[in-house]
Unconditional design. Structure first.
Length: 356
């Protein structure tokens, strides 16, 4: 299959006639059962018709994703929610009011309109209403219901640039819409509203604190920062049990005081280099010039969580581009958005963490 890439200016207020025509073309590809990758405010998504079981199968095949790992259905109008979800609790409308359109996914009971292939066999459906204008227009032109997991091969870091979608999906999908770098850089927060109190299954840009301003009570899945099986608890977002976000090199997260982390990592990279490894360090800006390795990448300033979130996945992929075989990463604070950052980083490391 030939994968066509079309560029759409992310910053422009209005679409040009050509851009609009390209989005219409993308929409008709999805309507006729094809796959189109597109930017959202979180990461690039791999879109197919959420109401077509054949499209869901194609998404799993293109990603190499296990078919029991359900897809998120993207909508572009609040009224469409009730077509795919039923027995919707009042809280869901408060959440929609506060955070939609935006980087938040709700788990609700599904209607018969949604095929079980889209939901990985579950009787619940994950729904998101993205704020990105390219995504919104594409969803509208696609018929209103677009199933879209992140547009990476299963297990790889989510793509935050179109070039990384191409790297993973060239020849596997019909079209890529290149809308530049995404804004947030981490996937949406997933909130399960089929349980009481509602539970965060995956942390994201919308934090527990933000949700608690709208809902009285919100729980957090205990496996979010754990290794998922330490206490026999299986994660409730089926996808979270799979290896995720991983670079090709072996990644280790190092936690401790800045001085101890610096000394440990420099000692490790010196030893690994002697053993013939190509080493990499993922760090904050503060200590950048004091590290020694083949490839040193700054992911942002400590304290600038938004910057770190935005760069994390691209930095993980850059280590692959540079052939790094052993990577050491500083650990980050887990307050606020930091919880989502550490959730992704620990999964990328397969929970290999050194605590000093
Ligand atoms: P991705 O599409 O890569 O952002 O991954 C989607 C995530 O949403 C995966 O972790 C899925 O397991 C999770 N998810 C989708 N639908 C459901 C659902 N009905 N219940 C729980 N988690 C879900
Ligand atoms: Mg994903």
């Amino acid at each position: 299959m030939n994968t066509v890439t079309v560029k759409i200016r992310p910053e422009a207020e209005k679409f040009t006639a050509e851009e609009d025509a390209a989005l219409r073309r993308a929409g008709s590809i999805i309507q006729s059962g094809g796959l189109v990758a597109f930017p959202t405010e979180t990461v690039y998504g791999l879109g197919g018709d959420a109401l077509n079981r054949e499209s869901a199968r194609k998404i799993y095949a293109a990603k190499g994703r296990p078919s029991d790992n359900p897809l998120i259905v993207h909508i572009c109008r609040l009224e469409d929610l009730e077509k795919i979800a039923c027995r919707i609790p009042e809280e869901a409308f408060h959440i929609a009011d506060a955070f939609w359109p935006g980087p938040l996914t709700m788990i609700l009971h599904k209607t018969a309109l949604v095929p079980s292939e889209t939901t990985g066999g579950l009787d619940t459906v994950a729904v998101r209403f993205p704020s990105d204008r390219i995504a919104g227009r594409l969803i509208r032109y696609s018929g209103g219901f677009v199933a879209a997991p992140s547009a990476n091969r299963s297990g790889r870091p989510s793509p935050t640039y179109a070039k990384y979608v191409l790297q993973d999906m060239d020849g596997r999908i019909d079209m890529i819409i290149d809308g530049g770098q995404v804004g947030i850089g981490l996937e949406s927060t997933i909130l399960d509203l089929t349980v009481s109190p509602p539970q965060i299954l995956r942390p994201g840009y919308v934090t527990g604190e933000m949700l608690r301003k709208v809902l009285k009570e919100v729980d957090t899945d205990v496996t979010i920062l754990g290794d998922g099986d330490g206490d026999g608890q299986a994660p409730r977002a089926p996808g979270m049990k799979y290896r995720h976000y991983a670079p090709a090199g072996e990644l280790t997260v190092v936690e401790g005081s800045p001085g101890a982390v610096l000394a440990y990592i420099n000692r490790q990279t010196a030893e690994e280099e002697k053993a013939g490894e190509r080493t990499g360090i993922l760090c904050s800006g503060e200590n950048l010039c004091r590290y020694r390795a083949d490839v040193i990448k700054c992911v942002g300033s400590r304290g600038d969580d938004e910057g770190i979130a935005r760069h994390l996945f691209a930095v993980l992929r850059e280590f692959d581009d540079e052939g790094v075989t052993k990577i050491y990463a500083e650990a980050f604070d887990t307050a606020g958005l930091g919880q989502a950052i550490m959730n992704r980083l620990l999964k990328a490391a397969g929970h290999r963490i050194v605590k000093l």
